[in-house]
Design a protein around this ligand. Structure first.
Ligand code: ZN
Length: 339
């Protein structure tokens, strides 16, 4: 029943939020984001920075932006540049990560490695090498659990333990985090915000973990960036530096990107607002705002709605009471009375 009540709250909050003119104006402002580019001499990887009207939008309005906009913004940003961002998850692994690093070094490209605390603990020297060679070390949690299934304290531990480990090795606290599976809910976003980190997802899934085949990886990149199709788009490419097939795929992928005039961008200057993350195709969560909008239920003047929207009280309905109310067809009223 609590879920029903919460869902009703969410739906009602959403309806009321949709009518807020400030949100509409914020969304309009986001549509006209204009990126700038920071070029660093002698380096084939460029940093991407945003300058946009969003800086003038207050924090509450930013929280109301659908995460899909993050993906759209990134797509637009990279589209105009034929840009790709390279990201590697789940490492480091001693058999494969060093080869990935060799290839990137040879080509003077920078990538982001979302590492697991578990692996960082085992192979600190590889983490150090990633950092020393100018790549970004991001947090992919300690043990690759689905964070949405954990309690807030456990989520915090997964994030903080990994940050501590990385900081001990590199001297820098990671700024970026990629939750395993791209699985996110309010609790996860709250924990990420609390840790002062930015979430980074992806727009191109090479599915290297599934195919474990270099030709299939190349094909996915080609298909998802519309290269052969002829209307190339930019993207943030997800790979895993723990498979030999991904190592084998990297040179051909980078050759293909280069042959089609793609530039490889770094993510270390992507911006610092909460909406600056890239979204998965079907984000598990759409709005962070719902938990943040404060609504006075008395505005509605409807006693039942007032009861439903009121903060949860400590008083719990009894099973017998619920059963009786259910039989009489008064379950909603009973729940409302429980407040
Ligand atoms: Zn992963």
């Amino acid at each position: 029943m609590r879920n029903i009540k919460n869902n009703l709250k969410t739906i009602l909050s959403l309806c009321m939020a949709m009518t807020m003119p400030t949100i509409l104006s914020a969304a309009t402002s986001f549509a006209s984001v204009s990126p700038i580019e920071n070029k660093s001499a002698g380096n084939n990887t460029e940093s991407v920075a945003f300058t946009s009207q969003e800086e003038s939008i207050n924090k509450n309005d930013q929280l109301c932006i659908d995460t899909n906009l993050g993906r759209t913004r990134l797509k637009n940003l990279l589209l105009n540049r034929r840009g790709a961002v390279l990201t590697f998850d789940d490492g480091p692994h001693p058999n494969t990560t060093p080869h990935i690093l060799d290839i990137l070094k040879k080509r003077n490209l920078k990538a982001t490695f979302f590492v697991l605390g578990l692996q960082a603990k085992k192979y600190p020297e590889i983490i150090k090498r990633i950092h020393d060679e100018g790549h970004i070390v991001g947090n992919h949690t300690y043990g690759h659990k689905d964070l949405t299934k954990l309690k807030p304290a456990q989520i915090k531990t997964e994030i903080e333990n990994t940050n501590c480990l990385i900081e001990k090795i590199t001297g820098e606290k990671p700024k970026f985090i990629r939750p395993p599976y791209g699985a996110v809910n309010h609790k996860v976003l709250d924990a990420i915000n609390e840790a002062g980190m930015s979430m980074v997802l992806w727009t191109v899934d090479t599915r290297d973990w599934h195919s474990k085949n270099e030709k299939a990886v190349l094909k996915e990149v080609d298909r998802q960036l519309h290269i052969t199709k002829g209307d190339c788009i930019g993207g943030a490419i997800l790979m895993h530096d723990i498979y030999p097939s991904t190592v084998k795929a990297l040179d051909p992928v980078l050759d293909k990107l280069a042959a089609n005039n793609y530039k490889i961008y770094a993510i270390n200057n992507l911006g610092n607002t909460e909406s600056d993350f890239w979204s998965v195709r079907s984000p598990v969560i759409c709005k962070k705002a719902l938990g943040s909008i404060h609504i006075d239920p008395n505005i509605s003047g409807n006693p039942l709605m007032v009861s439903l929207l009121k903060e949860d009280s400590k008083e719990k309905p009894t099973q017998m009471g619920m059963l009786r109310a259910h039989k009489k067809g008064n379950l909603l009223i009973y729940m409302a009375m429980m407040k």
